[in-house]
Design a protein around this ligand. Structure first.
Ligand code: F6P
Length: 353
């Protein structure tokens, strides 16, 4: 028999577009279909670990406004702090497992829905196991590095922003005959950079998963010039670690720009670091659809008695996988021999060796 009467929902890790859409979907499904109560937990697990508890009761009327259309998260979030060894102001560390469990009991939570990346889910599922609370995860990240699922909420919107930046950079690159470098986020994965490069018509794309040479970049730019091109667009992923000596404090995009400037071949490079705008703004339609489908499905599998699963989008359908499988795979990087890398090469883009 299904014992669930009241669930919590929280957002964890870096924010992105579409989080409010997921929260709304969870509340709608839980309230309309199952008559459950929903409690929004503030600032990820912090709302349950510290006193006073920070939470808000959520009903469908909370979404009569524009929440599903706006970025950020109405519940707040954090991407810092390890609840098993939390850094206290006095310099000591504290295991917050007990505080979390008590928080769940005080609020009468039977289950928790965690909207986060694979790292957040692993942490919260351990906390929930200690508290005897069921848990289901919903993947979100602009990095798109959560394994198995084909979509994580927030990626599509970030990609759109990056592509729009490429469109804006192209006109100024052409006007001033410059090489424009766009550095995008993605942590250690190159998904956002690769998608941006293809959608945004880049000439060069550098990502952590494919080794490149500096000479390879310069050769491509020289060839383009020989063929009459007077400007070029380069996309780089923030996650590339390599910097030459003396450049250690620069981001990868800044480093590449500095080297191209030193080359004195008239490449006239400039770098744009897009930064946190990639995480903001109204979710695009794909993110809204994925957010709604995953939100509804997360509630459904809880109702069916599942716990410690993450809902996924695969082949135009939703399903779920045990969190242990996600943990086994870890971060999902770009396949250097995959279809999109081949597509980029097929376009004549330089994407490494
Ligand atoms: O994981 C999402 C992300 O935006 C990464 O792409 C980026 O490296 C990181 O978070 C930035 O984190 P912060 O908001 O702490 O600067």
């Amino acid at each position: 028999m299904n014992q669930i009467r009241r669930i919590g929902v929280l957002t964890s890790g870096g924010d992105c577009a579409g989080l409010n859409t997921v929260i709304r979907a969870v509340v709608h499904r839980a309230v309309w279909t199952y008559k459950w109560e929903v409690i929004g937990i503030m600032d990820s697990t912090e709302g349950l670990c510290f006193r006073p508890l920070r939470f808000k009761r959520l009903g469908v009327s909370d979404f009569y406004g524009p929440y599903e259309r706006i970025g950020g998260t109405m519940l707040g979030t954090t991407n810092k702090g390890n609840p098993f060894a939390y850094a206290m102001p006095d310099g000591s560390t504290r295991d917050l497992t007990g505080d979390f469990g008590e928080g769940c009991r005080e609020l009468g939570l039977d289950a928790l829905i965690v909207i986060g990346g694979d790292g957040s889910m692993a942490i919260v599922s351990k906390l929930c196991a200690g508290a005897g609370v069921k848990m289901v995860g919903i993947p979100k990240t602009i990095d798109n590095d959560t394994p198995i699922t084909e979509h994580s909420v927030g990626f599509a919107t970030a990609r759109e922003k990056c592509m729009n930046a490429m469109d804006d950079l192209q006109t100024t690159a052409a006007s001033h005959h410059r090489v424009m470098i766009l550095e995008v986020m993605g942590r250690d994965a190159g998904h956002l950079a690769l998608h941006t490069a293809i959608a945004g018509g880049a000439d060069v794309c550098l990502i952590p998963e494919v080794p490149y040479t500096y000479d390879g970049v310069v050769t491509k730019l020289r060839r383009m010039r020989e063929q009459g091109a007077d400007h070029a667009l380069i996309v780089v992923a923030e996650g590339i670690k390599e910097r030459g000596p003396g450049y250690e404090k620069l981001t990868f995009g800044q480093y590449l720009c500095a080297r191209l400037k030193e080359e004195q071949e008239g490449f006239n490079p400039r770098v744009t670091i897009l930064g946190h705008v990639q995480r903001g703004g109204a979710p695009v339609a794909t993110d809204r659809i994925v957010a709604n489908a995953l939100g509804v499905h997360a509630v459904d599998i809880l109702a069916a008695g599942k716990t410690d699963h993450m809902v996924i989008w695969q082949s135009n359908n939703v399903s779920e996988v045990p969190l242990s499988e996600i943990a086994k795979i870890g971060t999902q990087n770009v396949d250097p021999h995959g279809m999109l890398v081949n597509t980029a090469r097929g376009l004549g883009m330089y994407i490494g060796e």
